[in-house]
Write a protein that binds this ligand. Structure first.
Ligand code: SF4
Length: 64
């Protein structure tokens, strides 16, 4: 499973990093950055899906 982030859509509220801190971090400007190239570690699939579902800007996509 791999996650994609559209930085144009991101408004930077940080919900993704709260929900799935292994995949998302908030940078010094307050916007989300992907960790690990977006590759979801085993066991983090549900939190990755929840982060995508919880993004109010639909900035997070999932493949696989
Ligand atoms: S939840 Fe969406 S809008 Fe909020 S920081 Fe994450 S990617 Fe950006």
């Amino acid at each position: 499973m791999k996650v994609f982030l559209d930085p144009i859509k991101c408004s930077g509220y940080g919900a993704c990093a709260d929900i799935c801190p292994s995949l998302f971090v908030i940078d010094e400007f307050g916007f989300a950055q992907l960790l690990n190239g977006g590759v979801v570690a085993a066991g983090d699939e549900d939190s990755a899906r929840n982060a995508a579902a919880g993004c109010a800007e639909n900035a997070i996509g999932i493949e696989g």
